[in-house]
Ligand binder design. Structure first.
Ligand code: F6R
Length: 250
């Protein structure tokens, strides 16, 4: 695993965008696995800036997003489809038909999960998967549990995730209680993984995920078994992991 320490959120965003750009430049028809949440917003902003400068094109890129709330249509301003459109897709030359987000409105969620797995398989797998990490170590909506879920599935959100996400909704009652998410197995199949973390409030879970035991109680800890993981964080988020003596690049 490579760890890059950046001074602040902006530096983290720029470094992560650099890594994604390198992927797109080296393989213009690559498959990007994308994430939502507050952490990657700056990364997407930076990619849009470089696209506007003419340094980058997404014309041949395909994308697959990690997850979507169940019950929210893509037009809802808290849906992850809407997030991706407004933070990235609407501002670059990616073809909308080449972008994939689980359909939160699917009548049969099990069939939708199966379809989504097939989409990833038909694309030949994910070249680079971008991940944020929840305070409880969740990746995608894979919450702490007794077994690592393998494939895309419907999940009940935990109280801590509902609590963390209520800031985006009018009230806690409006936060959807379920989501469709790639499984840990789907994520681990990605050829490369890029994890972005920012802020002192992530420092403890970063240490537990990357230096603690591998356990489904800390879903991100499985990433210790992936052969090509890059962690990009600001100094605050990396404060605890650095105390464990891991090698960090500037
Ligand atoms: C988003 C996602 C989540 C977030 C995580 C961290 O698609 O899958 O796992 O990455 O909740 O969110 P932020 O970045 O808001 O701290």
């Amino acid at each position: 695993m490579r760890i890059y320490e950046c001074a602040d959120y902006q530096g983290m965003s720029r470094r992560a965008a650099n890594i994604i750009s390198a992927q797109v430049i080296q393989k213009p028809d690559c498959v990007l696995g994308l994430a939502t949440g507050s952490t990657p917003i700056g990364t997407y902003k930076q990619l849009v800036e470089w696209y506007n400068k003419g340094d980058l094109s997404f014309a041949e890129v395909h994308s697959v997003n990690l997850d979507e709330y169940r019950g929210l249509p893509g037009t809802h301003d808290q849906s992850y489809r809407y997030f991706m459109q407004t933070n990235l897709f609407d501002h670059v030359d990616i073809k909308v038909e080449n972008t994939n987000v689980p359909n939160g409105m699917a009548e049969d969620p099990a069939a939708e999960c199966q379809r989504y797995e097939q989409v990833m398989a038909d694309l030949g797998g994910i070249d680079l998967q971008l991940l944020g990490m929840g305070h409880n170590g969740h990746i995608g909506f894979n919450e702490p549990c007794d077994d690592f879920p393998l494939i895309t599935h419907l999940v009940d959100l935990t109280a801590s995730t509902i609590d963390a996400n209520k800031r985006f909704f009018a009230s806690e009652a409006d936060v959807p209680r379920q989501a469709l998410t790639m499984g840990i197995g789907s994520i681990m199949k990605a050829k490369k993984i890029l994890v972005v973390v920012s802020g002192a409030d992530k420092a403890d879970i970063v240490r537990r995920a990357f230096c603690g035991p591998i356990t489904p109680q800390v879903p991100a800890s499985i990433l210790q078994l992936h052969p090509d993981v890059t962690l990009v964080g600001d100094s605050a988020a990396l404060a605890e992991i650095k105390k464990e003596g891991v090698k960090v690049c500037g």
